[in-house]
Design a binder for this molecule. Sequence first.
Ligand SMILES: *[C@@H]1O[C@H](CO)[C@@H](O)[C@H](O)[C@H]1NC(C)=O
Ligand SMILES: *[C@@H]1O[C@H](CO)[C@@H](O)[C@H](O)[C@H]1NC(C)=O
Length: 289
Amino acid sequence: MILPFSLIVSLLIPILWSFSQSIINDPVPSGFRNQNITFLIAHPDDEAMFFGPILTKLSSKDLNNNITIVSISSGDFEGLGSIREQELVRSAEILGVAEAKNRVLVVNDPDLPDSMSVEWDIFKIEKVLAEHYQPTNIIITFDSKGISDHLNHKSLLPAASLWAAADSKLHRSIWTVRSIPTWRKYISYLDAFYLYLNPVKNPYGLRTYTVMSSYSQYTQTRDAMTVGHVSQMKWFRWGWITLSRYMFINDLVQVKGPIPILSMKKALKMMLEAEDKESQKQNKKQNPF
Ligand SMILES: *[C@@H]1O[C@H](CO)[C@@H](O)[C@H](O)[C@H]1NC(C)=O
Ligand SMILES: *[C@@H]1O[C@H](CO)[C@@H](O)[C@H](O)[C@H]1NC(C)=O
């Protein structure tokens, strides 16, 4: 009994896999070839845990893209920052990023720490990005929910919007990987069936792009974690790399620039607060008592 059963399962899985791929995979959108593409992430390992399908796809040689990964923090929450920086380079190599050593950038600024409770200053991020300027046509990052609601993730879209707006001549386009509800998070590639029945609509009326990994692209993404991010492979991560839908499928939407309305409000608030702080400092200087 056991032998036929395992035979059936081992036949079914590849069939189900390629069927799932065939129903949701979009052709590569125009403008995703011969480009400089930046993946903007918050911590080393985000690229493998959340962006694997799109990263392995866009780094494939026939598309001739230059892929850069910019991680704002080194992920130093547990004091492993310098190890995790090296792991990021290794992971990028496994994911197919050419010249990974030169194309992985970790910002690691004390004002932008790896922390679940510190809201990053998006103006600071924009400034740092502009300083480490990389010619980029396409920015791919988290959406405003940040997949896991991590504050660090959520600040990247508004910062990317500022960055894109700062040099409008470059016509940078921003794409975000959509956050999905919790019940869909751990159904691996079976989420393809949900997506097939509920195709992605872009709230801004712009383009969408859904990509599901082949088996070998999936193993690349998995190895990026198990071989690349060794220090992060705690027991529960095995659950993530086996079951998380983000290991198999990314659905992206293009974001209308420069800044979505909500972030605009937030940007204004932060700007006013920064001005307040500045004028308080000035006042103190003038009036030491
Ligand atoms: C990729 O970057 C190299 C320089 O590092 C450049 O010569 C080449 O034109 C770039 N490719 C594309 C498609 O922009
Ligand atoms: C990509 O960046 C390189 C410099 O690193 C530049 O020479 C090239 O023209 C850029 N490609 C595009 C498509 O803008």
